[in-house]
Design a binder for this molecule. Structure first.
Ligand SMILES: CC(C)(COP(=O)([O-])OP(=O)([O-])OC[C@H]1O[C@@H](n2cnc3c(N)ncnc32)[C@H](O)[C@@H]1OP(=O)([O-])[O-])[C@@H](O)C(=O)NCCC(=O)NCCSC(=O)C[C@@](C)(O)CC(=O)[O-]
Ligand SMILES: NC(=O)C1=CN([C@@H]2O[C@H](COP(=O)(O)OP(=O)(O)OC[C@H]3O[C@@H](n4cnc5c(N)ncnc54)[C@H](OP(=O)(O)O)[C@@H]3O)[C@@H](O)[C@H]2O)C=CC1
Length: 406
């Protein structure tokens, strides 16, 4: 039998003999993707050849994508090295960042060099736990209260059910929320080095079965949106989700003046009037300048779930002058959902990003690499905040983007 070619496979799809999303059952993954490119190009008239130039085996991406055409390539650079004094990550590191925004890495790079000149940034993970919150239907508020009491009395049962599905995940707690005849149970897990959404979804499903077997509650949806995944939500800002991580630095006045062309007072005032008051007036959840930039660029470079930039950018930046007239700056990211195993972290280019940080795969102890990644991203965000606030102080934002960003 002759080997299938992209042309012969495309012809079979057109004839209705093979389904578009089942091409991998009839050819290797690279040939299947080439056949799909041909079909999409013919249908749309688009030139999709560039999508076919990628540096990994399509088969390696099978768990990460369906209907694969090829790959979008985002340029990747580094900022740094930056000195980090973390709870899980210490020393000088280059921060891998993938972006198409000119001037972004230059800015974070400037922030990194200033942070390093000042002796490095301190970073710590202050809370950890990935959540899944199913919603149950009950008859009325009396039954809701009965379910809440049952959950409080039976956490051991829930833990046993949930943890039967994972060798790494640990159920930390279950927090109930009642709205009339709806009961939301926010399960929170230590997922170690995994971001953990698949892990906690599978584990929570098992716990829900135990609840339905023992109570009158009916599971309506395994995710009831109090989790809250991939949506802006105050619960994540207040309670945290994934890792809550903070970073700070104190920068001598002379360094602010010489390297950032502004003063500690100007940066503190801009932070208050822009990041705090401006964000409050806008009704924002992110009281920062552009934490999403560092989070998104490092998420792409290290194989994180890019939709979770929504929660990752849930951050507050503070800036103040110290009694000695120097500058103190901090960022606190409430809900940074990251992992160094699972998801997109296995793909070769993303694995290279984690290797640049020295934290690819499971940590020793388990969870330490996930903490280290969170600290690295927090320091990248801190450097970005510092540099952008300074550029606003020196009125260099527009000229920087005129020079570098277009
Ligand atoms: C562009 C700079 C850094 C110039 O800043 P500068 O101080 O005039 O530049 P410099 O030539 O003196 O270089 C200072 C340092 O910057 C770095 N640097 C400088 N150039 C490069 C480069 N080409 N590649 C890599 N690194 C670079 C590098 O670390 C260098 O030190 P050196 O190594 O030379 O000792 C500065 O003007 C700046 O940071 N501007 C701010 C730009 C910025 O932060 N953009 C972020 C994106 S804005 C956005 O997306 C969100 C927004 C703004 O809408 C959010 C909001 O509402 O606030
Ligand atoms: N299902 C959903 O609702 C959602 C899924 N996602 C997707 O979920 C994926 C991420 O889920 P996630 O569960 O992190 O990844 P995976 O589904 O890839 O699972 C990771 C697994 O790695 C194993 N593992 C090995 N070493 C370690 C270690 N050191 N620490 C922790 N786990 C380890 C664990 O197995 P074991 O459990 O057997 O111990 C863990 O379950 C992403 O692709 C994301 O896009 C995103 C949002 C929602």
């Amino acid at each position: 039998m002759t080997e299938p070619t992209p042309a012969s496979l495309a012809a079979r799809v057109r004839d209705g003999d093979v389904r578009f999303h089942e091409l991998e059952e009839h050819a290797d993954a690279d040939t299947a993707a080439a056949a799909r490119r041909r079909l999409v190009a013919d249908e749309s008239g688009a030139d999709v050849d560039a999508l076919g130039t990628y540096g990994f085996d399509a088969a390696d991406a099978a768990p990460n994508i369906e209907n694969m055409l090829g790959a979008v390539q985002v340029p990747m650079g580094v900022a740094g090295p930056v000195a980090i004094n973390g709870g899980a990550l210490s020393g000088e590191r280059y921060l891998p960042m993938a972006t198409t925004e000119g001037a972004l890495i230059a800015s974070i790079n400037r922030g990194c060099s200033v942070v390093t000149d000042a002796g490095g940034a301190t970073a710590r993970v202050t809370k950890s736990g990935m959540t899944r919150a199913p919603v149950f239907r009950v008859r009325d508020v009396a039954e809701a209260e009965a379910l809440v009491s049952w959950v409080r009395d039976n956490e051991a049962t829930l833990r046993e059910a949930a943890e039967s599905t994972t060798s790494h995940g640990e159920l930390l707690d279950v927090t109930p929320y009642v709205v009339g005849n709806n009961v939301y149970l926010r399960f929170r897990y230590d997922t170690k080095d995994a971001m953990g959404m698949n892990m906690v979804t599978i584990a929570t499903r098992e716990a829900c079965d135990a609840i339905e077997a023992e109570t009158d509650a009916s599971l309506v949806a395994l995710s009831g949106n109090l989790c809250s995944d991939k949506k802006p939500a105050a619960i994540n800002a207040v309670e945290g989700r994934g890792r809550s991580v903070a970073a700070d630095v104190e920068i001598p006045r002379a360094v602010v003046e010489e390297r950032l062309h502004t003063t500690p007072e100007a940066i503190a005032e801009i932070n208050t009037r822009k990041n705090l008051v401006g964000s409050a007036k806008a009704g924002g959840l992110g009281f920062n300048a552009h934490v999403a930039n560092a989070v998104a660029a490092m998420f792409l470079a290290t194989g994180q779930d890019e939709a979770q930039v929504v929660e990752g950018a849930n951050a507050i930046t503070t800036a103040e002058t110290t009694p000695d007239g120097d500058l103190y700056v901090s960022v606190s990211l409430a809900s940074l959902e990251v992992g160094t195993v699972g998801g997109g972290t296995k793909l070769p280019t993303q694995a290279a990003g984690l290797e640049i940080l020295g934290i690819r795969g499971g940590g020793d102890p388990a969870g330490s690499n996930g903490d280290a990644l969170a600290e690295a991203i927090a320091v990248g965000a801190l450097a970005g905040e510092l540099s952008l606030l300074a550029a606003l102080g020196s009125r260099h934002l527009s000229s920087a983007h005129a020079d570098l960003g277009r």
